[in-house]
Design a protein around this ligand. Structure first.
Ligand code: SF4
Length: 154
């Protein structure tokens, strides 16, 4: 079968490597680095290649799932967003704004929807509990044992 190529940028981190998605018919069969990409020049990391496993994974969630006493049931996106919004509001009304936390990852800065709406959502939540990979494993590294910020070179 003839193999066709679709060239895209990897969305997983700021390196934005060029990816060569290879198809046989409609089936995605391989992902390689794009040798013509001016930045990555054919190099990718295992995460870029693993997008193929992610796409093929039979356990991949493709719709929101609602936990019920009888197990998980699939629901639509409108219902899921409405439920999440109402539950967040209930939790904050009962326990305060800081009862809700947010954990932000790298892909947020590579997604237009997140860039446009995530700051507004965080402002609306009014929680001080906002975490990221940096706050979990990078900022503590930059702080000395006494809790004082480390000075450059210390
Ligand atoms: S292939 Fe790896 S290094 Fe390149 S953008 Fe994707 S995640 Fe980042």
């Amino acid at each position: 079968m003839t193999r066709t190529h679709r060239y895209r940028a990897c969305p997983l981190c700021e390196a934005i490597c060029g990816l060569d998605f290879q198809y046989e018919g409609d089936a995605l069969v391989a992902i390689h680095g794009d040798h013509d990409d001016p930045f990555s020049r054919g190099h990718i990391c295992p995460k870029g290649n693993a997008i193929l496993d992610l796409k093929r994974d039979p356990d991949r969630l493709r719709t929101p799932m609602l936990r019920t006493p009888d197990g998980f049931v699939a629901i639509g996106w409108d219902e899921a967003f409405a439920l999440a919004g109402s539950r967040l509001a209930q939790i904050q009304a009962a326990h305060g704004a800081n009862a809700v936390g947010a954990y932000l990852g790298n892909p947020n800065v590579h997604h237009f929807g997140h860039l446009a709406y995530l700051p507004a959502l965080l402002r609306a939540l009014k929680t001080r509990n906002v975490f990221s990979a940096s706050s979990v494993d990078q900022w503590p590294h930059s702080t000395c044992r006494s809790g004082q910020a480390a000075t450059p070179g210390s």
